[in-house]
Design a protein around this ligand. Structure first.
Ligand SMILES: Cc1cc2nc3c(=O)[nH]c(=O)nc-3n(C[C@H](O)[C@H](O)[C@H](O)COP(=O)(O)OP(=O)(O)OC[C@H]3O[C@@H](n4cnc5c(N)ncnc54)[C@H](O)[C@@H]3O)c2cc1C
Length: 380
């Protein structure tokens, strides 16, 4: 019997890292995970109680096979752990019909047979979802295969499952350096010493630039506010009330909270400042930062009380193209990076775990990720 490959996962307490540990351990690797915090923490990109899942995409139809893979992997994780991590309460996608993003979605529905996506005209939307205002010239699509994922529970479930399958996780352990050895393998340096592994997968999320400062394709880290609002008249929670997304130029999204009390609202990155140092994130929200939340509520969901009952601050990483970086670093067969997952990456996380396991164990993957390759990265 051959010795199992030893693989380090850096960021194993986060969205992509926990799923990567699960998939690697399931496939027989000896997995060593590291995280500066612990699974389910709220310091990075995975906090805030809910994430939207959708079967369609507003960005690029190239993501559709990855969404299908993610869909299967979410089911598998739920089955293996016996946990409810995702609810198919649907997702309403609304936007100016002629906008590029709505056009990507509308043509995907026809070209790729997204049968779970139902077009609603203004009258039908007003009848079924009176809490949402749809201006003239806008279209609504109900994605019945969409819904809500519980991020903290998912990260913990994936990490626990990985542990059952033999993975070891070093909690509260910051990796200081990841150094490929000339002869093969990678050194992982922490404050407790240096470990040697065959392959390393770096999923450091908002800290990617701290750990790999020489990435030549920059990942910009943005400060993201989530704001929770109480409905006044309509029932936002009955009958599996859907999450919702509005495309540019009014890009925002929301989810009825699992506790049935409030609706969480978020804005797109265009509205957020960059974070120079993820360890010094300002978590206090100034009232002046709430203007756009009030404006979008007044215009599109006037049923919500504009005064938030809760505010939280997180971080998201963006590349210039908006696509994440997924693959081997150029010239480095033993070092894989997964970063820059933007404001829509969580839904893909178990698919990314599967792909990272392919890359780490087989050196390649059959899943279509060429468009995400970190080809223009500099050497580390
Ligand atoms: C408020 C908000 C709402 C969002 N809504 C959605 C949504 O509705 N749908 C959707 O699909 N996506 C959504 N996203 C995007 C999604 O959550 C992110 O794309 C995803 O969580 C990114 O995962 P990650 O693994 O890259 O980062 P993280 O989950 O932050 O994981 C990175 C991990 O690396 C660890 N780490 C960093 N540096 C080190 C180090 N040196 N040593 C050890 N450990 C280290 C960190 O502690 C952390 O645990 C949202 C994001 C935010 C912030």
């Amino acid at each position: 019997m051959s010795t199992p490959k030893r693989v380090a996962v850096i960021g194993a307490g986060g969205s992509m890292g926990s799923q990567t540990m699960w998939r690697l351990a399931a496939r027989g690797a000896e997995v060593v995970g590291y995280d500066r915090y612990a699974p389910g923490h709220d310091r990075g990109a995975a906090g805030g109680e809910s994430r939207i899942f959708r079967s369609g995409n507003l960005w690029d139809a190239a993501y559709l096979p990855l969404l299908r893979l993610a869909d299967r992997m979410w089911e598998q994780l739920q089955q293996e752990t016996g946990r409810v991590l995702r609810t198919r309460n649907g997702c309403l996608v609304m936007g100016e019909t002629a906008s590029p993003s709505m056009q990507v979605l509308l043509s995907s529905i026809t070209d790729h047979g997204l049968k779970d996506n139902e077009l609603l005209d203004r009258a039908e939307l007003a009848r079924r979802y009176p809490q949402h205002v749809l201006p003239e010239g806008h279209t609504a699509v109900l994605d019945r295969a969409g819904g809500t994922i519980r991020p903290e529970a998912s990260v913990q479930a994936a990490a626990e499952r990985a542990g059952q399958l033999g993975a070891r996780l070093h909690r509260y352990t910051t990796v200081r350096e990841v150094t490929p050895r000339p002869g093969g393998g990678v050194d992982i340096v922490t404050d407790h010493g240096t470990d040697h592994v065959d392959t390393a997968v770096v999923t450091a999320g908002p800290w990617i630039n701290t750990l790999l400062p020489d990435l030549s394709r920059e990942v910009q880290i943005h400060r993201v506010i989530s704001s929770w609002h109480i409905p006044t008249t309509h029932d936002w929670f009955a009958g599996g009330a859907p999450a919702f997304v509005r495309s540019a130029p009014h890009a925002c999204y929301g989810l009825p909270s699992p506790d049935g009390v409030s609706v969480k609202i978020g804005l797109s990155r265009a509205h957020y400042a960059q974070v120079p140092d993820p360890e010094r994130l300002d978590r206090t929200v100034d009232p002046s930062e709430l203007g756009l939340f009030r404006e979008f509520i007044r215009e599109f969901m006037p049923d919500l009380n504009p005064d938030p009952i809760r505010l939280s601050v997180y971080m998201e990483g963006y590349t210039e193209s908006g696509n994440p970086l997924v693959g081997h670093l150029p010239g480095q067969d033993d070092l894989i990076v997964m970063a820059g997952f933007s404001g829509g990456g969580f839904k893909f996380s178990p698919a990314m775990g599967e792909i990272a396991a392919d890359l780490a164990l087989d050196g390649t993957t059959e899943h279509p990720i060429d468009f995400l390759a970190p080809t223009t990265l500099g050497a580390v």
